[in-house]
Design a protein around this ligand. Structure first.
Ligand code: NAP
Length: 507
């Protein structure tokens, strides 16, 4: 290809990338994640022309379904949750490649059937032996599914064909279990064929952190300890645990959100510029940042965990966590967690990173706020700037994606008064294209074999290294605080920042 015409260069990342001949097997296809996210994402990819014509989808679960029953379930899920409009001709072509395999994970016959189904699809649809296995199942089944794939000769393709494993979160519940799980997975699949899902990395705004930092000149010179006072990373939910008591109790907010999503956001915010955007350069830099993360000495002062108490949310009276159906009334599981971390390197020495997440908080919002130091000297009278806060750059990850810069401006009039104003970039206003769903992006990357947006095992291990001592400390010290549902969390979290002379943002 001529490099003088970049639009024709296959390396041009602006061109739509279309997956080659392939198929996807979803274990746990009747589950919540599959219906709400995976099935719609597959349809949306097909609708955008990004799947190969013979793309095939195999569902595996404990139901006595025929292929037609399965197709009906996918149809309903797509109608309800897909992002792009329903088009009958796209649907018809896609649905021809649907197969259902009923079975339990320890049932050898089911895996024999799965194997013959894949062979049939290779012949009928030209999938070329290329299959990804998506483990959308409760984490305790990850090892057995992976071992069954090996036992039945499904984990490796013939010749040039590929087999890949996609593993949902949580990857382990502490460092030891993550290492054990990894050992099982890597006995079966090569590391480069394992795709660990952290769906936050598939979000447009999260990828934009790298564009913002490294495609511009104006941010990076001040992105360090000389100008940054501290960083706040927040993921707040306004819902409770819903019907997920079985999954959530015993796991809690820190393991569910900080270990993966928030530490990944921290790594992207704190890392150095990668040599390129290939997966290994990105991982190298994220890992360096994660390895430099240091826990504060006094965990009692610099971490807070809490549970939601009854309160009001969205005009409705809601239960406290301990009254939720299926929750042990003595449970110590955290539904809110806040921790202070430091990054022990030249760029960030002395700059705290405050991470917090919680359920039943004031609003659903995820953001990274880089808060800058105050001006070193002010020629204004103290009264002029009394209302002025600190400059901040806020990357809004969800729900209303964009970037806000907060700075001081003179209030119009004859007096001299300086107050905070904001400058806003909103995805919806600046671009006509709507952002693909995270799972669309990630599923396509799996089929393309692109690993940039999937955490490697070393990153998962580093995250557990950071979290394990905190979880152990919490285990040994008392019970979680309580916070009223619909508020911004426990008093102890406000006190934690107040001791450092700072306060949480109210997004
Ligand atoms: N839901 C979310 O938003 C979300 C978000 C992040 C991560 N995840 C992760 O994604 C995975 C799936 O979550 P989910 O919410 O979809 O779970 P779920 O609703 O509980 O679904 C679990 C699926 O596993 C199947 N299954 C369970 N035990 C089985 C067995 N012994 N043999 C065969 N199939 C079995 C179930 O099939 P049956 O129909 O036969 O019961 C069902 O399809 C989990 O690892 C979870 O941690 C979910």
């Amino acid at each position: 290809m001529s490099s003088s015409n970049p639009l024709r260069d296959p390396r041009d990342r602006r061109l739509p990338r279309i997956a080659g001949p392939s198929g996807l097997v979803i274990f746990g296809v009747t589950g919540d994640l599959s219906r709400k996210k995976l099935m719609p994402a597959i349809y949306d990819l097909a609708n955008r022309g990004l799947l190969p014509p013979g793309f095939s989808l195999v569902g595996f679960a404990r139901r006595d379904w025929e292929n037609e029953d399965f197709a009906q379930v996918v149809h309903d899920a797509v109608k309800e949750h897909a992002r792009t409009p329903f088009r009958e001709e796209v649907w018809q072509q896609l649905a021809e490649g649907f197969r259902f395999v009923p079975g339990v994970f320890d049932d050898d016959d089911a895996f024999v059937k799965l194997r013959s189904t894949i062979e049939e699809l290779d012949k009928a649809r030209g999938t070329g032996g290329n299959f990804a296995f998506y483990l959308s199942v409760p984490p305790k089944f990850f090892p057995s599914v992976v071992q069954q794939l090996k036992k039945h000769g499904l984990s490796h393709g013939q010749g040039d064909s590929w087999r890949r494993a996609v593993i949902e979160k949580p990857f382990g519940h502490d460092l030891k279990s993550a290492q054990d799980l990894n050992q099982v997975v890597h006995e079966v699949f090569r590391p480069s064929d394992v795709f660990r899902i952290d769906h936050y990395l598939g979000k447009e705004t999260v990828q934009n952190i790298l564009a913002l930092r490294f495609a511009n000149t104006m941010f990076e010179p001040i992105w360090n300890r000389s100008y940054v006072d501290h960083v706040q990373i927040t993921m707040a939910e306004d819902i409770g645990i819903g019907g997920r008591a079985g999954y959530y109790d015993g796991i809690g907010a820190a393991r569910d959100v900080i270990q993966n999503h928030l530490l990944q956001l921290l790594a992207l915010t704190a890392m150095e510029e990668p040599a390129s955007f290939d997966a290994s350069s990105l991982v190298t830099e994220k890992l360096k940042a994660l390895r430099a993360v240091k826990l504060p000495k006094e965990l009692g002062k610099h971490t807070v965990r809490a549970q939601y108490a009854p309160g009001w949310q969205g005009g409705e009276e809601v239960h406290g966590y301990l009254e939720e159906e299926g929750i042990d009334p003595h449970s110590k599981t955290d539904t809110y967690a806040a921790i202070k971390l430091e990054i022990d390197n030249r760029r960030w020495a002395g700059v705290p990173f405050y991470l917090r997440t919680g359920k039943r908080l004031g609003r659903r919002v995820t953001e990274i706020a880089v808060v800058f130091q105050r001006a070193p000297h002010s020629p204004f009278d103290a009264t002029d700037t009394q209302e002025l806060g600190q400059n901040a750059l806020v990357i809004r990850v969800q729900p209303d994606e964009g970037v806000t810069i907060r700075f001081g401006s003179k209030v119009p009039g004859t007096s001299m008064e300086i107050r905070d104003v904001t400058m806003d970039f909103q995805y919806g206003e600046s671009f006509t294209e709507s952002s693909p769903e995270a799972y669309e992006r990630l599923l396509l990357d799996v089929l393309l074999g692109e690993a940039n947006l999937f955490p490697r095992h070393e990153e998962v291990e580093q995250s557990w290294r950071i979290l394990d001592p905190i979880e152990e400390y919490w285990d040994q010290h008392g019970r979680p605080e309580q916070y009223t549902s619909g508020t911004w969390g426990p008093k102890a979290a406000d006190e934690m920042l107040a001791r450092d002379g700072r306060s949480w943002r109210r997004p």
